[in-house]
Design a protein around this ligand. Structure first.
Ligand SMILES: [Fe+2]
Length: 431
């Protein structure tokens, strides 16, 4: 299924005869396409963020057969959930934060739809003319969705995403391949072969990323075991906010594309770990309803070093980013934060002077803003949730004091999606 704007166009009428558009393709071009599929698969292997992988899977699969659109469904709680969609004809990439019309929509795991059929049968299904599906076949194309979006899915290849261990992760749908003249044509056996290869590698990359994400979430649950005021939703919202702020900030400061992509891949995971060190703080202090005295506060503040230490000697880029985030997320732009510079350096009234300005890593500066905004806009034991406009106003007032002004500029730029992030990760009892 593809998403659409109020645009209407019917693909060129298909001839009943199946045309193999690759039959005259020189052998070396086929080899080049296979080589490109291998390279795209290798790129997937370097990613750890589930959302980046989903987006790259669609981009890659579509490019391999010049397809106009595509969709990924993931299997969740016995249903297929619509999670990512692209459509070059509609000249935009639709993500959940862009107002996805089908956000959260599910398909039942049965044989009545193309995606459901493929998930049940675990086989590739190619439908080159959705107008002429055999009425006796168990599946049908959901025309209502095409009509609702003024976009016609004429040719659809649907592939299962199956791990090496034979688990079904979801379904990949590639829609409307285009010929050299930009007209919708049909999928052929070469498309099927190359997409099957690519879908297999996509499932491997996806499985690895899901395992890593679940492992991070398990760590956060460990913290929640000690501190019932922490929630998975808070960690996920802070990660989403931080990633969106960095995307805007890195674009404004013209950070090199390779570096930017690398951070955008790692930040959603690393940011979720920012308060991991709280598992080292006694529960009595973590959950004390009133103000902490000086001694208790000093113990509480140690969660920063305790958490950072877990990643200090790690050798991976994710370890290094997590270390930087955890160590700096309570520093303040004006130097009044903690834990400050290393021991034996500047001391101030018995407490180390906080790092100041750009001595704080950009990731720490971004996390500080995301963490505080989420706290302001959430209900706490000591306060009700502030509404968005009041929380944003406080953030602006703290620009140049608590927060880096350049980070607050990026925060203000992403204001239109603040509510969407909150809606996507609502607080749930027991999570
Ligand atoms: Fe913290």
């Amino acid at each position: 299924m593809a998403l659409g704007l109020a645009v209407s166009r019917r693909p060129k009428k298909m001839e009943p005869k199946v045309i193999d558009r690759h039959q005259y393709l020189p052998k070396d071009k086929q080899i080049k396409r296979d080589y490109r599929a291998g390279r795209l698969a290798a790129e997937l292997n370097g990613l750890v963020d589930v959302r980046q992988i989903l987006s790259k899977v669609l981009e890659g699969a579509r490019s391999l057969c010049s397809a106009e659109a595509g969709t990924v469904y993931l299997l969740s709680e016995g249903r297929l959930t619509f999670v990512c969609s692209q459509n070059s004809y509609l000249e935009r990439v639709v993500t959940e934060f862009d107002g996805l019309p089908f956000e959260g929509q599910h398909l039942l795991l049965n044989r009545l739809t193309l995606a459901g059929f493929v998930a049940c049968e675990r086989k590739i299904l190619v439908v080159n003319d959705t107008d002429n599906i055999d009425p006796d076949s168990p599946y049908q194309h959901l025309k209502s969705i095409d009509l609702g979006n003024n976009y016609i899915c004429k040719a659809i290849m649907t592939l299962p995403l199956i791990t090496v261990g034979d688990d079904l992760l979801g379904v990949l749908q590639i829609i409307n391949p285009l010929d050299d003249f930009g007209q919708v044509t049909e999928f052929d056996e070469f498309d099927e072969r190359v997409l099957e290869f690519f879908a297999n590698f996509s499932a491997m990359a996806l499985e690895k990323a899901v395992l890593l994400r679940d492992s991070v979430l398990t760590n956060i649950k460990l913290v929640m075991n000690y501190d019932h005021t922490e929630t998975l939703a808070h960690a996920q919202r802070v990660a989403a906010l931080s990633t969106e702020i960095y995307a805007n900030w890195s674009s404004r400061f013209k950070i090199a594309t390779a570096e930017r992509q690398k951070i955008l891949n790692l930040l959603p995971l690393a940011a979720m770990l920012h308060d991991l060190g709280k598992s080292f703080v006694p529960t009595g202090i973590l959950t004390k309803p009133g103000r902490l005295d000086l001694r208790e506060r000093s113990i509480m503040e140690k969660h920063v070093q305790a958490g950072a230490k877990l990643f200090q000697n790690g050798g991976t880029p994710l370890d290094r980013l997590a270390y930087s985030i955890i160590l700096d997320h309570h520093e303040r732009w004006d130097g009044r934060g903690y834990p400050g510079y290393e021991e034996n350096q500047e001391e101030s009234l018995g407490r180390r002077a906080g790092k100041k300005g750009e001595d704080i890593s950009i990731f720490g500066r971004i996390l500080a803003a995301a963490d505080v905004y989420d706290a302001l806009s959430s209900c706490k034991t000591y306060k009700e949730a502030f509404d968005e406009s009041l929380a944003v106003q406080i953030m602006e007032q703290e620009s140049g004091h608590h927060f880096d002004p350049s980070v607050i500029e990026s925060f203000m730029a992403i204001r239109p999606i603040l509510g969407k992030i909150r809606d996507r990760f609502p607080e749930r009892v027991g999570l």
